[in-house]
Write a new protein. Structure first.
Length: 78
């Protein structure tokens, strides 16, 4: 899964959370993650393979875990 696809997914997830009336801080974190992932110059899969998701500036532990799970489900062998 490429950066743009993941960024789009996180934006959609934020929309769903907003629709459900979830915590505004959680919604904001997903939107921020979408922007950060979309702006990365390095492939997110490479970052995940190196175990560096938590080291992306602006990505917290919860979002990093969500990213890892999504990438793992997409077949990335981490």
């Amino acid at each position: 899964m490429k950066n743009k696809e993941l960024a789009d997914l996180f934006e959609k997830m934020a929309d769903i959370l907003e629709f459900k009336g979830e915590n505004p801080f959680k919604i904001s974190a997903y939107r921020k993650a979408s922007r950060i992932i979309g702006d990365l110059t390095q492939d997110i899969e490479e970052i995940a393979e190196q175990g560096e998701l938590k080291n992306i500036s602006g990505i917290g532990e919860g979002i990093a875990r969500r990213l890892w799970n999504i990438l793992r489900q997409e077949g990335l062998q981490i």
